[in-house]
Design a binder for this molecule. Structure first.
Ligand code: HEC
Length: 257
């Protein structure tokens, strides 16, 4: 079903691009205030990515979403990219070969299933990725970072998780609490470890429906800090996110057991 929809979309997209390529090429707009939005990269993104991804979050279209909005993708990938080049490389690698192992958005993988591998040219994807790095999506409703938006009890009781999950969270929060180093790369490694744990839990197929949503809400709330810990450039910066993560992990026990 999904595959069928996808092929129809692809066909539609290629028809669309055949029909419009020439006209658009002639009408290449001159530099405008938002140059990125009228670039070749942006046009490629429209043709190759917006067939599944909306550009921005639109609450009215939430029910027909089949992939996370591009703005959210940028929001996830940009903070942890060391440079523009690193960002372009990561995105390109992803599009050429999406895999659970490389996913930075495990919640989206669960919700929409893994993005299919797309038969696009590497050069085109790079151009799109450069555009995605620069694109200014403007003000968006922030869903991340305010901890636990949507988090609630199960009719007054805590949500019951598998003992393995509880153990996993316990051991990672303990490690987080005890951790100290004067080497920033050790903190980055800690961040990756926390993220890998979060990812295993989010990808655990035994959680579905409301309980999955709650787990997802919890990790949404710490996602920004995890990515920024991974990307920390100084020990001070890392410690700041460590402290925030410790605080946020404490809440886990208020909602789950
Ligand atoms: C056929 C539909 C489809 C098309 C076309 C598509 N995507 Fe996706 N994409 C998805 C879905 C579904 C997800 C969410 C699941 C996932 O993350 O794998 C996703 C997720 C992503 C992610 C986040 C991956 C992660 O989990 O960390 C990136 C980055 C991405 N897409 C980039 C692109 C780019 C760039 C293009 C255009 C070149 C594109 N996508 C075109 C369906 C699509």
């Amino acid at each position: 079903m999904r595959i069928k929809t996808f092929s129809i979309l692809l066909i539609a997209a290629s028809l669309l691009s055949c029909g419009t390529d020439k006209k658009e090429a002639e009408a290449t707009p001159q530099a405008k205030p938002n140059e990125t939005a009228v670039s070749e990269g942006y046009r490629q993104m429209q043709q190759k990515c917006f067939i599944c991804h909306f550009e921005k979050m639109d609450p009215a279209k939430k029910d027909v979403m089949i992939a996370p909005p591009m703005a959210r993708v940028q929001e996830h990938y940009k903070p942890s990219a060391a440079s523009n080049e690193a960002f372009v490389e990561t995105i390109t690698k992803w599009v050429l070969n999406p895999s659970e192992t490389n996913a930075l958005m495990p919640g989206a993988v669960r919700k929409f299933n893994l993005m299919p591998k797309l038969p696009y040219e590497e050069a085109d994807i790079k151009l799109i990725a450069e555009t995605l790095y620069d694109l200014d999506f403007g003000a968006m409703p922030k869903m991340r970072n305010h901890q636990g938006a949507g988090l609630k009890l199960n009719a007054g009781k805590k949500w019951k998780l598998n003992p393995g999950t509880i153990e996993q969270v316990k051991s990672i929060s303990q490690k987080l609490g005890d951790f100290t180093s004067d080497d920033v790369s050790a903190y980055q490694q800690l961040g990756r470890e926390i993220f890998d744990n979060a990812k295993t839990i989010l990808l655990d197929k035994s959680y579905t429906g409301p309980i999955f949503d709650q787990i997802h809400f919890f990790f949404n709330g710490i996602e920004g800090n995890m990515h920024l810990l991974i990307a920390a450039r100084t020990v001070d910066e890392a410690k700041k996110h460590q402290t925030l993560l410790i605080e946020k992990f404490k809440k886990f026990n208020d909602f789950f057991e």
